[in-house]
Ligand binder design. Structure first.
Ligand code: CAO
Length: 423
């Protein structure tokens, strides 16, 4: 294996489902030795969830656990605890996303871990942060999206579908894992200065809220100004602001630039025949040129963003009319020549087969012992001197004997551990 920046960092990966595994997978891509610790016989629940091939690790597992090693260990048995203690003594980081208190109940409190290895970084994902009035709650993705402000601000503000809405993007799970990865790397750098490890925690609520920063901005603007001029409710549906609660904005831009999802040729039958179009404030002239509407450049009703806002629906309707005989790709090809920020709405099928994504390593095919091969999402972070290579997720307990041998266990001791069902 070529030299990678995190080579030499040993991580006990006590994670399951998505939030924790996404974090440790990324650290494994960058060179860390990530040892996934799983319950004998069962393993991470995602191994068997939503299987597409009988008796083979599900894609849910393989796509979140590449580049790791797997050992089985019953950490509630004394023999299993002893193995974990040895591992803790020899590792740099322990990452976990158990329900609240589970690690303590297992006997591995922060104090105990510090006794075993004062240099250890212990990183946790929980639903809510320590001391929060909901700290005892177990949390999954959509719960976090509701608790972190994403659901109340996503979706439609009128009609029968005007309910808080969940994003398909894993804002609660993988996003929290990415935050945690930053925390772990920071603690490792901190340890270089102090010689000591520390506890790193990221709650799913906080990680979602961190991505909803602009909505918290809007709440404060609403409190002081009384309305939000870039929201689709302004200026024709001002009653949406009367309670001074940030309303859902449909597909509006969210920043200072109005935007919307617009229909292209074929939208009647293709659910993704759309583009996202942004009316960038200072780039109005190119939009007028692209649409063949030069008169709008000097029309006082259209010249400034403020003047345009009351007509924004009509502007979007005009653009839709212009692209109604063009596919989403043809439409983008026209607008890109005018430097207009826009993109086609891409389906998962299109993304999976996207040549550019495959070329850049963002979508990769990985050989797997039991599946044949599978496609997964590679590192979204690109480096000039590191090309993360994605290797298969481990089978359950594939590396148990190897890791135990590295910890100094003899063949006879390993057999004893197997007999006691501790591994
Ligand atoms: N050996 C022995 N016991 C083990 C073990 C092992 N190798 N690995 C886990 N366990 C035990 C734990 O110690 C715990 O035991 P107790 O509850 O008796 O102390 C038990 O397994 C269950 O752990 P859990 O509470 O984490 O599992 P759950 O399925 O009930 O809950 C989840 C799952 C995700 C809701 C919960 O873990 C959670 O809230 N995690 C924090 C937030 C989070 O990360 N959520 C996102 C998950 S990604 O969608």
């Amino acid at each position: 294996m070529s030299n990678k920046p995190l080579n030499g960092i040993k991580i006990i990966d006590f994670t399951h489902v998505q939030a924790g595994p996404a974090c440790t997978q990324m650290l494994a891509w960058f060179g860390a030795d990530v040892i996934k610790v799983e319950r004998p016989g069962a393993g991470d629940v995602t191994r068997s969830q939503l299987r597409d091939i009988p008796n083979v690790d599900a894609l849910y597992f393989t796509m979140l656990n590449s580049n790791k090693r797997s050992i089985t260990l019953d950490t509630k048995k004394p023999e299993g605890k002893a193995v974990l203690e040895k591992l803790i003594r020899e590792s740099d980081v322990l990452v976990e996303n158990f329900g609240p208190g589970a690690l303590d109940r297992m006997g591995f409190t922060w104090e105990r871990i510090q006794e075993l290895n004062p240099k250890m970084v212990v990183a946790s994902v929980k639903g809510f942060s320590e001391g929060h009035h909901y700290e005892d709650l177990k949390v999954y993705e959509n719960v976090a999206q509701c608790a972190g402000g994403a659901a109340s601000t996503t979706g439609w503000w009128k009609g029968e579908n005007s309910v808080p809405t969940i994003s398909a993007a894993a804002l609660g799970d993988s996003n929290t894992g990415m935050h945690l990865a930053i925390g772990i790397l920071t603690a490792i750098i901190g340890r270089q200065q102090t010689g000591k490890g520390q506890k790193v925690a990221c709650s799913m609520q906080d990680a979602v809220l961190n991505l909803c920063r602009v909505k918290m901005r809007d709440q404060q603007r609403l409190d002081s100004v009384g309305y939000l001029e870039e929201y689709p409710q302004y200026p024709h549906e001002m009653e949406a602001f009367k309670d001074k609660v940030v309303p859902r904005g449909g597909n509006a831009g969210g920043g200072g630039q109005p935007g919307w999802i617009l229909k292209c040729k074929g939208w009647q039958t293709d659910p993704n025949a759309y583009i996202y179009f942004t009316v960038q404030g200072h780039a109005w002239d190119p939009i007028c040129d692209a649409l063949g509407k030069p008169e709008w450049k000097t029309d006082p009703d259209y010249m400034t963003p403020k003047a345009r806002q009351p007509h924004i629906d009509q502007i979007f309707a005009t653009i839709e009319d212009f692209i109604k005989d063009k596919t989403k790709f043809e439409a983008v090809d026209i607008f890109r020549k005018h430097d207009i920020p826009c993109a086609p709405v891409l389906s998962m099928k299109e993304l999976l087969h996207d040549e550019s994504l495959r070329k850049s390593g963002s979508i990769v095919e990985v050989p797997h012992k039991e599946r044949g091969s599978y496609w997964t999402i590679g590192s979204p972070i690109k480096f000039s001197d590191l090309k993360p290579e994605v290797t298969a997720s481990p089978l359950l307990g594939e590396h148990t004997e190897q890791v135990l041998a590295e910890l100094g266990y003899t063949k006879a001791q390993i057999d004893n551990l197997k007999e006691s069902k501790a591994v």
